[in-house]
Design a protein around this ligand. Structure first.
Ligand code: ATP
Ligand code: RIB
Length: 312
């Protein structure tokens, strides 16, 4: 059997309100819809990779509530190996999400059980971690656990993809263990200490360069509808434009990208090809509502790429 993609990360139930526009502080707006979806950055990345046909295991924590049971069933149905998910006496993670008419969103995460994923939980799963073709993490679980995973990845020589989301300060000792750092625009600005939340096209190179200088091997800046900027340790620099689609909900576009990137890299694709394919997977995901339900299958991505090629 092929070596699995192993994701260490959060599992949330997403409570999603649709509105004309996202309210500002102190404002109340009337929503037009309410739906619940399976989400959480770790679970989304695991589901993205599993839907694309990869063998995937998720290490995480759920609560004893009904949400936890539903979330676990959803992961199993998506083809994710859930045997390394522990159930603890806490509430399951939830995310309160508001989406607007343009597909943009704002998110409040209440971690619950996700906050109880500690290095000792990784110690229990060393056999699984050592068997991984690639390791994926995000920042919705305690930083000490992500740092511990980085050390394992480095010691075992396993590529490590870190999605630094949501943004928080990161020590260089962690970044030195990262093979692929994949911040979005806001996270890039945060990591660079910029006051704004946007990057001009002229600043992509210097932003990536600064992150590479901090020790990670390769950087991919995820830039929403502008695409992604790939900066490799061999000096390669490339802006890959996003595919043009009608976005209805961009929630988890970054997770679709990371899950797909892991699948493409472990299948032996070159980094630029892997990033282009991950962009296609993410583009399909933004045309659909919800986090995990928006993740496409490999056949759907092939069909999307064929349509794009034949319309050019
Ligand atoms: P999220 O936090 O919602 O998971 P993110 O902010 O981490 O997402 P983005 O930069 O928004 O990540 O998106 C990741 C990738 O998805 C982009 O690099 C791009 O390839 C693709 N993408 C995002 N938005 C669009 C869009 N409107 N149209 C086409 N592709 C998109
Ligand atoms: O990246 C999108 C995810 O962020 C959502 O599914 C939500 O659960 C939050 O964790």
């Amino acid at each position: 059997m092929s070596r699995p993609i192993v994701v260490v990360g959060s599992i949330n139930l997403d409570l999603v309100a649709g509105t004309k526009r996202i309210p500002v502080a102190g404002e109340t707006v009337i929503g037009s819809s309410f739906q619940t979806f399976f989400g959480g950055k770790g679970a989304n990345q695991a589901v993205a990779a599993a839907r694309l046909g990869a063998s995937v295991a998720l290490i995480g924590k759920l609560g004893t509530d009904a949400f936890g049971r539903e979330l676990q069933t959803g992961l199993k149905q998506a083809g994710v190996d859930t045997s390394a998910i522990d159930v603890v006496d806490e509430s399951s993670g939830v995310a309160l999400i508001t989406t607007d008419e343009r597909g943009d969103n704002s998110i409040t995460v209440v971690p619950g059980a996700n906050a109880l994923l500690f290095p000792a939980d990784l110690e229990k799963r060393m056999e699984l971690l050592r068997s991984a073709a690639i390791l994926l993490a995000q920042l919705e679980t305690p930083l000490q656990t992500v740092e511990y995973l980085g050390n394992i990845a480095s010691k075992e020589g396993i590529p490590f993809v870190l999605d630094p989301a949501p943004a928080r300060p990161l020590p260089d000792s962690l970044l030195r263990n990262v093979t692929w750092l994949t911040p979005n625009e806001t996270e890039t600005c945060f990591l660079l200490g910029h006051s704004g939340q946007q990057l001009s096209e002229e600043s992509f190179e210097s932003a990536a360069h600064t992150l590479l200088q901090r020790g990670c091997r390769n950087v991919i800046l995820k830039l929403g509808e502008r695409g992604c900027y790939v900066a490799l340790s061999d000096g390669t620099r490339k802006l890959i434009p996003a595919f043009k689609v009608r976005a209805v909900d961009t929630t988890a576009a970054g997770d679709a990208f990371n899950g797909a990137l892991a699948v493409a890299l472990t299948a032996g694709n070159k980094p630029l090809e892997a990033a282009r394919w991950a962009s296609a997977v993410a583009a399909v995901s933004v045309t659909r509502r919800g986090a995990q339900p928006s993740m496409p299958t490999g056949a759907e991505v092939s069909h999307f790429l064929q349509e794009i090629t034949s319309s050019q």
